[in-house]
Design a protein around this ligand. Structure first.
Ligand code: CMP
Length: 139
C-alpha cells in the first residue's frame, strides 16, 4: 500500500462560481480522506512563490494574477496512490482535452480557469503541502 498525500486547490474560478461543494463531493466519491483544509486569498507574491517552477513560462503572469484574484480552498488529500488518483480525478490540464467525467472536463472553462490544481510528484507534493500547512495541521 502506497498511501500518499497530495495538495489540491479549488481555484478562484470554481470558488467564485459556487461549485466548491460539487468538487468536494467528487473528492469524497474518489475515496480521499481530507487531512486538512483551509480557505484563503493568496497575495500576488504568494501565488508567484507557489508557482515558481513556472516562472519562465509565457502564462506565468496571467496564472499568478488569476490565482490571487479571489479566494481558494487548499486541501491536503490522502489515498492510496493519492497523487495519481487526484490527477486522474481532475483530468488533463486543458478541460477540452480532459476525459469525460473528470472535474476539469465537466466543470472547467479554459486551460487557466480549470477549477483545480494537484501536485504532480511526491517532491512537489511535499513542497506544496508545506507551502500551505504546518506539520501540526496535518492530522
Ligand atoms: P495547474 O495544475 O494549477 O498548474 C499550472 C497551471 O498553469 C495550470 O494548472 C493551468 O491552469 C495554468 N496554465 C495556463 N496556461 C497554461 C498553458 N498554456 N499550459 C499549461 N498550463 C497553463
Amino acid at each position: 500500500m502506497a498511501i500518499e498525500k497530495t495538495l489540491a486547490i479549488i481555484k478562484p474560478d470554481a470558488f467564485g462560481r459556487g461549485i466548491s461543494g460539487e468538487i468536494l463531493s467528487r473528492v469524497h466519491k474518489a475515496g480521499f480522506k481530507i487531512v486538512a483544509a483551509k480557505s484563503l486569498r493568496l497575495t500576488a507574491a504568494q501565488a508567484e512563490g507557489f508557482y515558481a517552477v513556472h516562472r519562465e513560462r509565457s502564462f506565468f503572469k496571467e496564472l499568478t494574477e488569476f490565482m490571487s484574484s479571489g479566494k481558494v480552498i487548499a486541501l491536503v488529500l490522502e489515498a492510496e496512490k493519492g497523487i495519481a488518483l487526484w490527477r486522474d480525478t481532475m483530468g488533463a490540464t486543458d478541460p477540452a482535452k480532459a476525459a469525460p467525467g473528470t472535474i476539469r472536463r465537466d466543470l472547467g472553462a479554459s486551460i487557466q480557469n480549470n477549477c483545480t490544481h494537484g501536485s504532480d510528484a511526491p517532491e512537489t507534493a511535499a513542497f506544496e503541502i508545506g507551502y500551505f500547512f504546518a506539520g501540526h495541521e496535518l492530522v
